[in-house]
Design a protein around this ligand. Structure first.
Ligand code: MRU
Length: 362
């Protein structure tokens, strides 16, 4: 954020073009999140925090200040509340969006300056957390490991290091031979477009696989572990992540392959008792029916790839029950799942979450 402008990587143009876009109002930020120019739980959260900070700046410019009073003017408070509702309505599933918006909203209720500081702190904490996730996750990866991942949970999706890919990058940088199977991740192809692009930039050996190839590779003994990110983790450890994660977890369980979720504690939501409470986003059917890409001359086209006249269903996420998850790689360490499948009550609960959970259940 510089002179009240948020700079961000336009992810819809990748891997064909690297473009930095600017958002100068909170509305611009909302459009960027809704249209998935910026996507991935952490990136969405950071953007939502900056959106709230921009809203606070413009609300303070427009407010009628009464300098006789210490309190912030009512119209400032009302504008902030309206902006918060609009930001929170952009996408429903990623918990980091709500976590960041609340943190910056609370700061903005004190002053716009505090809102800006807080938004930067949220982004900085994301970067620090994802680095720690990389360090802890690296300890689980052996030399020669073949790792399957789903969707994109790299540094495009979570500030600076990523979540699921952070351990992979650390393992690669520390000299281990690692190989990644990147699920294509239809319909928006975050794996084929973004994960593959990131891995290529980092020099990590990988192949893109069709979404329906994972179980077969596991059955052939070609996958040593699965690591994915998360969009929201319920109190019992059930985890919402990109659609298609569940079937990889079931297959990994069947073949005795460790299945890890990599996510910071800011992705855990003690307000959701189980996965049943997580709102799953339904996206437009056009994402399934059409695909976009460049022709041989670099001109982008959108083409129909399904039978004309048919409709499509497009749930963006699924919920993997805790029983299929081997452990959670957080910034506090690797948390094993509870045998009862009740993660946040368990002794292995990340320390910073214990208070939240106790508050909710008191
Ligand atoms: O592309 P999105 O925002 O719809 O998907 C979210 C994700 O990137 C994934 O589900 C990811 O695996 C977890 S977010 C680091």
């Amino acid at each position: 954020m510089e002179d009240s402008i948020v700079f961000y990587i336009e992810q819809n143009r990748l891997p064909f073009e690297f473009v930095i876009n600017k958002a100068s109002t909170y509305h611009d930020c909302c459009v960027a999140i809704r249209s998935m120019q910026i996507r991935g739980a952490g990136a969405i959260g950071a953007m939502a925090g900056f959106a709230m900070a921009l809203a606070s700046l413009s609300a303070s410019r427009d407010a009628v200040w009464n300098h006789a009073e210490d309190n912030l003017p009512n119209d400032y408070n009302a504008s902030l509340r309206a902006a918060r509702s609009e930001i929170e309505a952009t996408r429903p599933t990623a918990h980091n969006l709500f976590y960041a918006t609340k943190r910056v909203f609370d700061a903005a209720m004190r002053s716009p300056e505090e809102a800006i500081t807080e938004a930067q702190l949220v982004a900085d904490r994301d970067a620090a957390d994802s680095k720690k996730i990389g360090e802890f996750g690296n300890s689980l990866i052996h030399d020669g490991a073949r790792i399957l991942t789903h969707c994109n949970a790299g540094w495009l999706a979570f500030v600076d290091f990523g979540t699921a890919l952070s351990p992979v990058y650390m393992a690669h940088q520390s000299g281990k031979n690692v190989f990644v199977y990147a699920d294509e991740t239809r319909p928006r192809s975050q794996g084929a477009r973004l994960t593959a692009w990131e891995l290529f930039q980092e020099g990590v050996p990988h192949v893109i696989i069709p979404d329906n190839a994972g179980a077969s590779l596991m059955a052939q003994g070609k996958v040593d572990m699965v690591i994915t990110g998360a969009d929201r983790i319920a109190a019992n450890g059930d985890t919402a992540n990109k659609i298609g994660t569940l079937e990889k977890a079931i297959a990994a369980h069947e073949y005795g392959i460790p299945f890890y979720i990599a996510a910071p504690t800011s992705t855990f939501d003690p307000g959701c008792a189980s996965g049943k409470d997580i709102v799953i986003e339904e996206r437009n059917e056009e994402e399934v029916l059409f695909q976009e890409g460049p022709d041989a001359y670099g001109v982008m086209h959108r083409i129909l790839v399904c039978s004309p006249g048919s409709h499509a269903l497009n749930p963006a996420f699924d919920v993997t029950p805790a029983k299929y998850i081997t452990g959670y790689i957080t910034e506090e360490g690797v948390t094993p799942k509870s045998p009862e499948g009740d993660l946040l009550r368990d002794a292995g609960t990340p320390k910073s979450l214990k208070g939240d959970w106790e508050d909710k259940t008191a």
